[in-house]
Design a protein around this ligand. Structure first.
Ligand code: GUN
Length: 296
């Protein structure tokens, strides 16, 4: 079997179109645009790229982008004061503090300071708790994007065996919660899992989020399984001094066995910002007492 390629870039583009199409009705009923505030502390080059890209996509969707850049040397108190100001600002529906933060700042304290109803990253413990009990809240963007791709591919997921590799708070744990909610039988594997290849061989759905280049091999994949590769790993390229991006799955091998697979790049990656915009639009509606926009 040769796997179908799951085109996350195209799916994300279509999602962004639907988001953009839903914004005018919000503006008409509230007299304002949905607003996303992004806070960047320091000059990490990768973070600067992400933040620029988020701001551009926000504006393209017809929403207001509020960017705050703090110096590397900014204190935790300064950052907490900014978060407090954004919590109180009625024009701000979503707050995203770009991670990682400089070492002298405690990330957990900063996330805890964000109003859970503006926490469009879904990182606040209140939102993690809401997800765990099935209450309405915000789900981290990357796993929610993975779920959208899975449902688009498979429809009803009930009864399927899903293996999530990785147990991070940002991807692995919320992914497992989402799959449980979809009535999958979920296994969460991690660095201490015994006989990982055999665990993965059981899975109809494999979500790889370990951050190890090409760790999951083709002969671990059950024929016909759907493989979602969250990994973005930079490895040495063919030419000296050049690099290339690879996922956590050995793509060429896995594509010979899987039913469908996300490429890297162009799979899960583009979904994250699209879902961030989706969460922001949903936050705006809820804050205004409006019903959630349909079809997002
Ligand atoms: N750094 C890398 N990805 C993310 C993300 O999705 N949210 C935040 N806040 N920081 C990140």
């Amino acid at each position: 079997m040769i796997a179908a390629i799951i085109d996350g870039k195209a799916f994300a583009g279509a999602l962004r179109e639907r988001i953009g199409a839903a914004v005018p009705a919000f503006v008409a009923s509230t007299g304002r645009k949905p607003g996303l505030a992004v806070v960047l502390v320091g000059e990490d080059p990768a973070s600067q790229v992400y933040v620029r890209s988020k701001g551009k996509s926000t504006v393209e969707a017809g929403m207001a982008s509020i960017e705050h850049r703090l110096d590397d040397s900014a204190s935790q108190a300064e950052l907490l004061a900014l978060v407090d100001q954004l919590n109180r600002d009625p024009g701000v529906d979503g707050i995203l503090v770009q991670l990682p933060l400089p070492k002298h700042i405690d990330e957990a304290s900063v996330i805890a300071a964000i109003d859970p109803d503006k926490d469009v990253d879904g990182f606040h413990v209140v939102n993690a708790g809401r997800l765990a009990v099935g209450a309405e809240g915000f789900v981290p963007c990357t796993p929610l994007g993975c779920l959208m791709l899975l449902k688009d591919r498979l429809g009803d997921l009930a009864g399927l065996d899903a293996v999530v590799i990785g147990r991070s708070n940002i991807v692995g744990k919320p992914m497992a919660q989402l799959l449980i909610q979809q009535s999958c039988t979920v296994t969460v594997a991690h660095s201490r899992t015994k006989n990982l290849p055999d665990v993965v061989r059981r899975a109809d759905i494999v979500v790889a989020a370990v951050g190890r280049p090409e760790m999951i091999r083709g002969d671990w994949i059950k024929p016909g399984a759907v493989v979602i590769d969250v990994g973005i790993n930079r490895v040495p390229g063919a030419e000296p001094g050049k690099t290339r991006l690879v996922g956590d799955v050995a793509y060429a091998e896995a594509a010979e066995v899987a039913g469908a697979i996300t490429p890297v790049p162009g799979g899960v990656g583009p979904m994250t910002i699209a879902v961030l915009l989706r969460n922001t639009l949903v936050a705006a509606h809820r804050r205004e007492g409006l019903a959630d926009p349909v079809g997002l």
